[in-house]
Design a protein around this ligand. Structure first.
Ligand code: F6R
Length: 612
């Protein structure tokens, strides 16, 4: 996690770097810092504990500026979130910002301390600054070579950006297993953790690969493989996201804006991939044939958090539409299991960021054992798609709110397309079935648009329940993962404990919790499980539990059993999770906003979890 931005060019860059950090704050907000080389060739830094606004205040009190600079917003791993531990870290003329973890920092610190280096922080990062300084001063190496020699000693996952007061007009970056993108400008060049930070300045990006480093001056870039010092072949990618896509656009929070962007995001994800006329799904980016699918022995879907929930919904779709029953695994568990995988195995990774360390590791484990690996991802050129044979991109656009919303529903749309594609390849779907599925899916953006424009009792629910210590979410079939997702959203942003449960399991334990203080959200539309879930609902009511029913529009019976009712449009069962996601998101959002929590940047979380 952590966000880093670097600039070298003709402009004074403090504002540009701070603006880039603002767009990266979703990656971490424990502290922030800025370093520049000023006109006199001095290295100046400012750092502040807490959110970026604290750094901005510090810069107003004591401004610094220069034409070479870099900034950092931190999600703490080693060392408390204090100013001393805030990046940039310095040694001599060198300053470093870092995203990731240096696993051998203790050993390096001992070595450097013995050489007389004194450390100021508890971080793993500070060793990088001292190591580069050592190579620069004690060994007299040029900056880029000093960085290369230092990087060769580092174990772990990192992207770093380095500046040096004795080498103005140069910045150097390097990466291993943490994202780093290079932006190519006109007479200026940039480095950042994520394209969103530099989109306002350039759309021409180079995704730095693992084991590469780059030396940037205002007029050029020199990319090298760290291990060999050779120049690899690199490509420029032009990113189509506009800077405006990463702004709030009049909404109170990014999360609310992103909830409202779902119709557009889902339509974009489906666009060009579905032919209603031919009743086909076209996914040329997924290079699997009928023979590949027929000989599969194992099929795993891996992801974390919300992406895992999308995978759980996917299982119902793959079973119903393609006759395949994937194991849907939490990536942090799968990566350490001895799960059977071989060349007749398919691993599908789902990830918004494409950088989640656990998902990447689970995928690599599959690759190591010979499995075919594909992904569903939102960020073009991220680490996960770069390692896969094929990636189905969700065209959600940048998701800034830490709680995932439009990324989730576009993942659901993408996984539905993939299940249809597999069903089509395996000859499981006749024309009528295909037409029904595609019509339902293509109709989803309009249905969600209407759903979002309807008045609903979210505020009343928040007023009544915002002091609850805990809540229960129940769902069955393909809405069970939505119960998990509703509970996760609530926990993340409102800090109310919540549990998602398969409705049929309630009687095996959680029912003991039910009383007048435990609100339960019951997903109970008129689907195949309607009657059974309605019985579960009655069981909650019979024990005085307050209930919110999410029912099908026009289901007048629901109101008799419920304290609150929210309605879902009547849609075919396979697209129900897509429309049910909206109330799950809005319950959590309204509850959190009513409580006044930091909706877009909830405590302790970060958007992109690039550490284990
Ligand atoms: C929940 C949330 C997280 C992410 C998880 C995976 O709202 O955002 O649970 O879903 O960290 O992230 P990605 O999809 O980037 O791999």
């Amino acid at each position: 996690m952590c966000g880093i931005v670097g600039y070298v060019g003709p402009e004074l860059c403090a504002d540009l770097v701070v603006d880039g950090l603002r767009r990266l704050e979703y990656r971490g907000y424990d502290s922030a810092g800025l370093a520049v080389v000023d006109a006199e060739g001095q290295l100046l830094t400012r750092r502040a504990e807490g959110k970026l606004t604290n750094l901005v205040k510090r810069l107003v009190e004591a401004p610094i500026d220069g034409r070479t600079g870099m900034g950092h917003t931190r999600w703490a791993t080693h060392g408390a979130p204090t100013e001393d531990n805030a990046h940039p870290h310095r040694s001599g003329s060198i300053a470093v910002v870092h995203n990731g973890i240096i696993e051998n920092h203790v050993e390096l610190k001992a070595e450097l301390s013995a050489l007389g280096h004194a450390f100021q922080s508890e971080t793993d990062t500070e060793v990088i600054a001292h190591l580069i300084d050592h190579h620069r001063t004690a060994r007299g190496l040029a900056l880029s070579e000093a960085v290369r020699q230092a990087v060769l000693r580092l174990h772990g996952a990192y992207s770093i950006v380095v500046i040096d007061a004795t080498t103005p007009n140069v910045i150097v970056g390097a990466r291993v297993a943490s994202p780093l993108v290079l932006g190519l400008g006109q007479g200026a060049n940039y480095l950042a953790s994520d394209v969103a930070a530099i989109l306002a300045h350039t759309r021409d990006m180079v995704f730095i690969e693992d084991g590469w480093m780059a030396t940037l001056t205002p007029d050029g870039v020199d990319v090298r493989v760290v291990a060999t010092n050779e120049s690899p072949r690199w490509e420029k990618t032009t990113v189509t996201w506009s800077p405006a896509m990463a702004e709030k656009g009049g909404y109170k929070h990014f999360m609310l804006k992103e909830i409202h962007e779902q119709p557009r995001a889902i339509a974009d994800t489906l666009r060009g991939r579905v032919s209603l006329e031919r009743r086909t799904v076209d996914l040329p980016e997924i290079p699997l044939t009928r023979e590949d699918l027929e000989q599969l022995r194992h099929f795993y879907i891996v992801g974390c958090g919300t992406a895992w929930h999308a995978g759980l919904v996917g299982r119902y779709l793959f079973e119903d539409l393609a006759g395949l029953s994937p194991h849907v695994e939490v990536a942090s568990e799968l990566r350490y299991r001895n799960a059977p995988m071989d060349e007749r195995t398919l691993v599908l990774a789902i990830s918004q960021s494409g950088e989640t360390a656990d998902t990447l590791a689970a995928l690599r484990e599959g690759k190591r054992k010979g499995a075919r690996i594909i992904s569903i991802c939102n960020v073009i050129g991220a680490s996960i798609p770069r390692e896969c044979e094929g990636t189905l991109y969700t065209h959600a656009g940048p998701e800034i709110g830490v709680a995932s919303t439009k990324a989730f529903t576009t993942q659901l749309a993408a996984v539905h397309l993939l299940a249809l594609k597999f069903g089509q390849l395996l000859g499981r779907l006749d024309d009528a079935a295909m037409e029904a599925e595609l019509t339902a899916l293509m109709h989803v953006p309009t249905v969600i648009e209407e759903e979002l424009s309807k008045p609903a009792d979210y505020l009343e629910i928040a007023r009544a329940w915002h002091e609850a210590a805990s809540m229960l979410y129940l769902g069955r079939g393909n809405l069970y993962p939505l119960a998990l997702e509703g509970a996760l959203k609530l926990k993340e942003i409102s800090y109310i404990h919540a549990e998602g449960y398969p409705a049929g399991e309630m009687k095996h334990g959680p029912i003991a919790l039910i009383d007048e203080r435990l609100p339960t959200v019951v997903l109970n539309p008129r689907d195949a499980h309607f009657q059974k879930v309605r019985s579960n609902l009655a069981e909650v009511k019979a024990r005085s539990g307050p209930v919110l029913v999410v029912a099908t529009e026009g289901d007048t019976d629901a109101a008799d059993l419920a304290d609150f009712t929210l309605t879902l449009p009547a849609v075919p069962e396979h697209v129900l999770p897509l429309v049910a996601a909206v109330p799950m998101q809005l319950i959590a959002y309204t509850m959190a906003d009513f409580k006044g929590t930091d909706v877009d940047q909830p405590r302790n979380l970060a958007k992109s979890v690039t550490v284990e």
